[in-house]
Design a protein. Structure first.
Length: 684
């Protein structure tokens, strides 16, 4: 192997003293708390390389948790280029998101996970489990309510889904919650949770939160496996630590030092390095709790704490605006963040009559910047809520400005893609009844609603999967003649795919599924604009499969399905695209762009209307909105725009709005342009 080893000095080149200290940290816990753009992610990457190259840590004995798949990919490619390690070696490293890492662990370990339900029964999943997305899990939850004869009006499925998710993110299994339930509503909730989990089990499926909770449960209930991983992982690194939830935190703690935390823990050459910024905690609605960062100090009293106080990203006036906004939060630790990049231009403000004028302004400024030589891929337009993107998109389209949108309709959420993936899921795990329901009559093959209801009834009464129930019904000859013929055809088709799956590659299998299922044929027969678009998407899915087959270490069908389930909006962002990026503030975390537009700075949009409904001014929600704005402001390197529309069509109405209260928190001397019908600052 051609090892292109880096000496420590080259690895530390260009790092500040504090950054280098964090990279070189020897053993034990380390917390790096620092503001936006101070090089936290950079420190983490350099530390991984240092451990591999200088400390000769075996590549698979460290675990690095990133916030997105894209960040994991970037870290891997930097490791490859800076360390000279081979592609294969880097691919095998434990670098990924919490969900990605847990998925990998569970593919091996899930037979050892014992999940107790409320009646004390132990449930087991098998290694070919599938991952249900939010929509699949919502459907299953609705089924659970139906089975329990509960009214959706009293138990709105989305609300219940959120509650169950929160319980899972807090580390509670249904049985544990059941024993803690405080009132009749919570008891009911525990019952729904239990039923929902039973149904997931019938499907051999996990939802996103289960990936984390099951891994934690593996360690909580299986000392053998825990010991194995304790000994295996020598170094743990976590980015965006402020956005971990309780389950994730407990997972990390458990992997690092087993179940007995405490100050007398022997680190002997091992380390746990967490980096984060409390001011950027923006996922409390997903159970993230920035206070856990403070717990870290309590749980690991011997922790070294390093602060990074220089910002390498933004020009000074941008940073001043960001710093003076976030100062208004009370729930924070005051920190220093000084600029290293010079004063730069003032932040440009623009007040538009409505969202259409706002969009036009953004488009015209993009064109002006482009004429000055700024690349489109160096510009980003941020918004607080997805609904804002429509007016912006229209303006960009009208001005022929190419853009890509992060977090719009995901490729994998499209009907035809979900259908074909459902075929693959069913082939991989015939217990996946949600997948079966999607494909049993798609394309139409004469299996109608009454037949499906019959299959469901059978499955419910015998507590089996739909596929098994279908086979059972066919054996017993209880279906009508036409339905029998159609169902026979379907079972034969799926069985033939199952057999093929062991012999051919994923792209080959997909090609066969597309053809033999009749799916493509049905679309071709439709022959209109819509079906044409769908056929193009199917070809794109084939490309994805082909690419997976060429690039992935693990080329199995299970790995392909997991990759799709865990794909996220930011994954596809590429720097070389010649297009402006449109994205929500939430998905901009960790990213940076030379020019940034933050749109919709109005009361009711940013801060969000939810906050306005709240009675006091200084509540947790408002502080989270302020952190969100801090994240948005600190994405900008050189040029920042803030825009506001006096009237906006939103939530189905056209409403007048006040400028965001956060505007008043910004230092006027750093702003220029028009605001609230008055001129702010002086032009640059
Ligand atoms: P965020 O809080 O937004 O996640 P961060 O603290 O992780 O930011 P990075 O993304 O690691 O910060 O770094 C911000 C920018 O500063 C990057 O472009 C990075 O390459 C650069 N940078 C980091 N450290 C230095 C340094 N010592 N000298 C010059 N540039 C640096
Ligand atoms: Mg970062």
């Amino acid at each position: 192997m051609n090892i292109n080893r880096h000496s420590t000095s080259t690895l530390l080149e260009g790092l500040t003293h504090e950054q280098a200290q964090a990279v070189l940290h020897e053993e034990g816990p380390l917390l790096v708390l620092a503001g936006a753009g101070s090089g936290k992610t950079r420190v983490l990457t350099h530390r991984v390389i240092y451990l591999l190259e200088e400390k000769r840590v075996e590549h698979n004995r460290l675990m690095a948790v990133t916030f997105t798949n894209k960040a994991a990919k970037e870290m891997k490619s930097r490791i490859q280029s800076l360390s000279g390690a081979g592609y294969k070696t880097v691919e095998q490293m434990w670098i990924g998101t919490f969900h990605g890492i847990c998925n990998r662990l569970l593919r091996a370990e899930i037979p050892f996970v014992d999940i107790k339900d409320a009646s004390g029964k132990t449930l087991h999943w098998t290694r070919n489990f599938v991952i249900f997305d939010t929509q699949d899990s919502l459907n299953l939850l609705k089924d659970s309510l139906k089975t329990l004869n509960l009214d959706e009006k009293l138990y709105p499925p989305k609300v219940v889904q959120g509650r169950i998710s929160a319980l899972k993110n807090f580390g509670l299994l249904s049985a544990q919650f059941n024993s803690k339930a405080k009132d009749s509503y919570e008891l009911k909730l525990a019952e729904i949770y239990d039923k929902y989990q039973e149904k997931l089990h019938q499907n051999n499926a996990l939802d996103f939160d289960d990936l984390l909770l099951f891994t934690l449960e593996l360690f909580r209930s299986n000392p053998d496996r825990l010991r194995h991983y304790n000994q295996h992982f020598e170094h743990l690194l976590v980015d965006e630590f402020q956005d971990t939830n309780q389950t994730q935190y407990d997972l990390l703690k458990t992997i690092v030092q087993g179940l007995q935390a405490g100050s007398d823990f022997e680190w002997s050459g091992r380390s746990f390095c967490a980096v984060g910024d409390i001011d950027q905690s923006i996922y409390s609605w997903r159970g993230a709790n920035y206070k856990l960062t403070l717990h870290f100090k309590k749980d690991f009293p011997q922790a070294s704490i390093i602060k990074l106080e220089e910002n390498f990203r933004s020009k000074e006036q941008i940073l001043q605006v960001a710093n003076s906004v976030i100062k208004n939060n009370q729930q924070r630790i005051e920190k220093k963040l000084v600029c290293t990049r010079g004063k730069g231009e003032k932040v440009t403000c623009f007040e538009a009559a409505d969202e259409i004028e706002e969009g036009n302004y953004v488009a015209s400024e993009i064109k002006r910047l482009q004429a000055k030589g700024v690349h489109l891929h160096d510009m980003a337009v941020l918004y607080r809520i997805n609904a804002q993107s429509r007016a912006l998109e229209e303006a960009l389209l009208k001005n022929k400005i190419p853009y890509r949108i992060v977090g719009g309709m995901r490729f994998y959420d499209r009907l035809e893609i979900k259908d074909l993936v459902a075929y693959l899921r069913l082939v991989y795990n015939t217990k996946d009844s949600t997948a079966l329901k999607r494909v049993i009559n798609s394309p139409r093959r004469g299996i109608g609603a009454s037949t499906i209801a019959q299959i469901e009834e059978k499955a419910d009464s015998l507590n089996m999967s739909l596929y098994a129930a279908l086979a059972d019904l066919l054996d017993s000859g209880n279906l009508g003649a036409k339905a029998t013929q159609a169902a026979h055809g379907f079972v034969e088709l799926i069985d033939s795919f199952v057999e093929l799956a062991t012999e051919v590659s994923v792209p080959e299998l997909l090609r066969i599924v597309i053809e033999r299922s009749g799916y493509l044929q049905a679309l071709e027969a439709q022959d209109d604009e819509e079906s044409e678009g769908r056929i193009e998407n199917i070809h794109e899915l084939l490309n994805v499969a082909q690419h997976f087959n060429e690039e992935s270490e693990d080329k199995s069908l299970g790995a392909f399905l997991a990759q799709i389930s865990l794909a996220s909006d930011t994954d596809k962002l590429q720097d070389d695209d010649s297009a402006v990026t449109l994205l929500t503030v939430h998905s901009s975390k960790g990213l940076e762009f030379p020019c940034v537009f933050i749109t919709g700075l109005e009361e009711g949009v940013f801060p969000h209307t939810r906050v306005l409904a709240s009675s006091h001014d200084c509540n947790e929600d408002l502080e989270e909105e302020r952190r969100l704005l801090y994240v948005a402001l600190t994405r900008a390197e050189d040029k920042l725009y803030l825009t506001f529309a006096r009237r906006r069509r939103l939530w189905g109405q056209r409403e007048y709005a006040e400028p965001s209260r956060f505007m008043a928190e910004m230092p006027q001397e750093c702003l220029s342009g028009y605001w609230g019908s008055s001129v702010i600052g002086r032009n640059n």
